[in-house]
Ligand binder design. Structure first.
Ligand SMILES: *Cc1c(COP(=O)(O)O)cnc(C)c1O
Length: 397
């Protein structure tokens, strides 16, 4: 069996007759003609049996969907205008008034904001659970729990949970599991088949904005499933909410996707090198990178991702608490190659200081550190230049 990245690059595509180019065509359309009234009346919006309207898919969007489904080891994929829109689509497809959704305490922040905003307005409650304690999740599952979000590792604080244990707890209660798989990108582990066990999540959501784009110039998200019943529910919500994506952006993603394996590996290698270097610095109390032994959940990362030995280009550090938040701000301002900005996955290294006190629920999961946290997203610059940049900025402390 070829590796997934080889299959991605050789993903089947049927070109127009006598034009045997490997690159898929770019089709832009709202209207799609029907041959006659009978064909129009027999239209099927919900499957890929035919084309009905640009919003419901074109050959170009279907090609990208099929490649992403293959990459993550799923069967079906839906494209949406952003990673956050993918999270929202899952919520709207499966939650109704009276339901409860469980979210890890270290979840991607805007997911929590959606829960306490629109979902609360619709009479849907949410509870936070400790991602590092599967028993806490199991205890919080109730009759009303309809959906559980999992994330590996957690956003910003990077703890790697025991994903198979979290999923098993939900499976035992027949609750849908949705993974925010932006970090893993379909490369670090197989979200629907952990280590070939056949066990995995029900839904994998991915911010294509990050590694699949790789350029920092596209916003898009995907929702991948293996289960036809779940896919159909998602597809109906997708159509009813009018979630379309620009074909120009789809073209950009089709262009960048084949190089994702190479880029991911380069981001990963450089991030590990810099994370290890920072771990030895006296200014740094803790480096949070799941591939580092000292990082919370390292053993879970090793079990899930050890065979492929992959870990994305993202890590955080906690500064020693002798440094004030203002000093750490000055460190961030002192960086020259690392730029201040959100998102990640592009060629430019980024840095963001976070106030963890505002991000965590103290009675749900314990955050042991006092110092200020800074997250780095490692780009594709030369790693020696990045290290020199960190070193000169550390000097301002
Ligand atoms: C960036 C990100 C998202 C959202 O992606 P957008 O395309 O920016 O909306 C969702 N989850 C995680 C973990 C992310 O890092």
């Amino acid at each position: 069996m070829p590796k997934p990245i080889t299959e991605l690059i050789h993903h089947p595509y049927v070109p127009p007759s006598r034009f045997a180019a490997p690159q898929p065509g770019v089709y832009k359309a709202s209207t799609v003609f029907f041959a006659d009234v009978a064909a129009m009346r027999a239209r099927d919006w919900k499957t890929k049996a035919g084309y009905t309207y640009g919003l419901h898919g074109t050959p170009t969007t279907f090609t990208l969907e099929e490649r992403l489904a293959s990459l993550e080891g799923g069967a079906e994929c839906l494209l949406v205008p952003s990673g956050l829109a993918a999270i929202a689509l899952v919520a709207f497809a499966f939650l109704k008034t009276g339901d409860e959704v469980l979210v890890p305490d270290n979840a991607y922040g805007p997911n929590k904001a959606l829960c306490s905003g629109e979902l609360a307005n619709f009479g849907i409650t949410h509870r936070l659970y400790d991602p590092m304690n599967p028993a806490d999740l199991a205890a919080k599952l109730s009759e009303r729990t309809r959906l559980v979000w999992v994330e590996a590792p957690g956003s910003v604080t990077m703890e790697f949970p025991d994903l198979p244990a979290l999923v098993a707890a939900c499976r035992a209660r027949n609750v849908i599991t949705a993974l925010d798989n932006t970090w893993g990108a379909g490369l670090a582990f197989a979200p629907f088949d952990f280590n070939g066990s056949g066990e995995g999540v029900d839904i994998s959501v991915h911010a294509l904005t990050k590694y699949p784009s790789g350029g920092g110039d596209v916003l898009m998200g995907s929702v991948v499933t293996r289960d036809d019943r779940l896919h159909r529910a998602l597809k109906l919500s997708h159509m009813r909410m009018g979630y379309g994506v620009g074909v120009g952006d789809v073209e950009t993603l089709l262009r960048s996707l084949p190089s994702i394996g190479l880029r991911y590996q380069a981001h990963d290698n450089a991030a590990r090198e810099l994370a290890r270097w920072l771990a030895d610095r006296a200014e740094i109390a803790q480096v949070l990178h799941p591939a580092l032994e000292s990082s919370p959940g390292h053993a879970n990362w090793l079990r899930l991702c050890g065979a492929r030995d992959m870990a994305a280009g993202l890590f955080s550090v906690v500064f020693d608490d002798r440094y004030s938040a203002e000093q750490v701000d000055r460190f961030c301002d002192g960086l020259r190659l690392f730029r201040l900005g959100y998102s990640w996955g592009g060629p430019i290294s980024l840095v963001v200081p976070y106030d963890i006190g505002l991000m965590r629920e103290p009675n749900v999961s314990h955050w042991p550190h006092k110092g200020t946290l800074v997250r780095f997203s490692i780009g594709l610059e030369d790693v020696d230049d990045l290290r020199a940049d960190l070193e000169q900025a550390l000097a301002v402390l």
